[in-house]
Design a protein around this ligand. Structure first.
Ligand code: ASP
Length: 347
């Protein structure tokens, strides 16, 4: 181990970090990836071998699709033995979805997979992209005294914070500190030094487990955000649609919903028809507890399962992966109540 140069695979999928202004359209469009490394000569100062690979075509992350998560997972699996860590450059808009998805798709991970990007393109003077990229590379190559990765998790590194990927949400479309993980502390903070919150970082059960990927994803999930003024027609459309296998219900507060008969009747009918209904709160902080209020309890009695303190992004990704693994909805419901990758705190 001693003296060996760390190696990182940098995967560029697109996003603002590598965009520049199209002179004709006036909008931001991706540019040739090789220029990114030219823009960050500081990376050459690390004793780290950095290889890179770019998606073709590069995408604005609003165009991300589960098939691209499979591509990313395959890429990591295919290069797993040759690199100490992976840095994924990705647009911020859907970064929390992608990081969540990869966290569930990669099983037995013992190496860092760090998503990062920027709010300003790397070529502009006040860019946040350089700092984000440099911190990500440093974190992805960091090891402990035994040579094991310090952060063997899928994370988002952004605006001086390292966050667990499946706990993160994009909070701001403006600020350089665009991401937070409201229900979980940062795994590291980059100041003068990078300070690791080692007690919060997940360790693998064994460092020798081979990496596996779950690449079957079932995307038949709808998300219903509750709001005053919902009509039976619209709720029925979400909860009873033939094409949906699961529905995430974004509820109020600690998991509450209207107790009106028509609403609960539709929920019951949906659940009895076999659909998976998961309760996730609209609140950024805290989670679901359907035993506090009568309105929450009614939802539970109607067959809705708790999403605990998970984010919508991570619950969606967890459903995609679990549903891809089995056609049995009861098995999926049981697995939803398990903390698989640090995504929920069971209460
Ligand atoms: N629209 C861009 C994207 O998500 C925004 C960004 O990168 O920050 O690809």
């Amino acid at each position: 181990m001693i003296g060996r140069k760390a190696s990182i695979l940098l995967v560029y999928t697109g996003g603002t970090i590598g965009m520049k202004q199209d002179p004709e359209k006036g909008t931001l469009v991706p540019f040739d990836f090789s220029q990114i490394l030219d823009q960050v000569p500081e990376l050459g100062k690390f004793a780290i071998r950095i290889d890179s690979v770019a998606f073709d075509p590069l995408i604005d992350s609003s165009d991300i699709e589960p098939s691209m998560w499979v591509r990313l997972a395959d890429l990591i699996l295919g290069h797993y033995d040759y690199y100490d860590g992976f840095v994924i450059l990705h647009g911020t808009d859907t970064m929390a979805y992608s990081a969540s998805a990869l966290s569930f798709m990669l099983k037995g991970l013992t190496k860092p997979v760090i998503f990062t990007g920027s709010q300003l393109p790397i070529g502009v003077p006040r860019t946040d992209g350089k700092e984000n990229l440099i911190s990500s590379v440093e974190i992805a190559s960091a090891t402990d005294a035994d040579g094991h990765a310090l952060v063997p998790e899928v994370c988002i590194c952004f605006g001086s914070l390292l966050l667990r990927g499946n706990r993160a949400v994009k909070e701001s479309s403006e600020a350089f500190s665009a991401f937070i993980s409201p229900n979980f502390p940062p795994l590291a903070e980059a100041g003068i030094n990078i300070r690791y919150n080692t007690s919060a970082i997940r360790r693998p059960a064994s460092w020798d487990t081979p990496l596996e990927i779950h690449s079957e994803l079932d995307t038949r999930v709808a998300i219903l955000k509750l709001h005053p003024g919902m009509t039976p027609e619209i709720v029925r459309h979400f909860l009873l649609g033939k094409e949906t296998r699961a529905v995430i219900i974004e509820t109020y507060g600690s998991g509450n919903a209207p107790a009106r008969d028509w609403f609960l009747d539709i929920v019951r009918e949906s659940s009895e028809s076999g659909k998976i209904l998961v309760n996730v709160t609209q609140c950024l902080n805290g989670g679901v507890d359907m035993d506090i209020y009568d309105n929450g309890r009614k939802l539970k009695d109607a067959g809705v399962v708790s999403g605990y303190d998970g984010t919508t992004e991570s619950t969606l990704a967890k459903l995609f992966v679990l549903m891809g693994m089995t056609s049995d909805n009861e098995t999926v419901k049981n697995a939803l109540s398990q903390n698989l990758r640090g995504e929920i705190l069971l209460s």
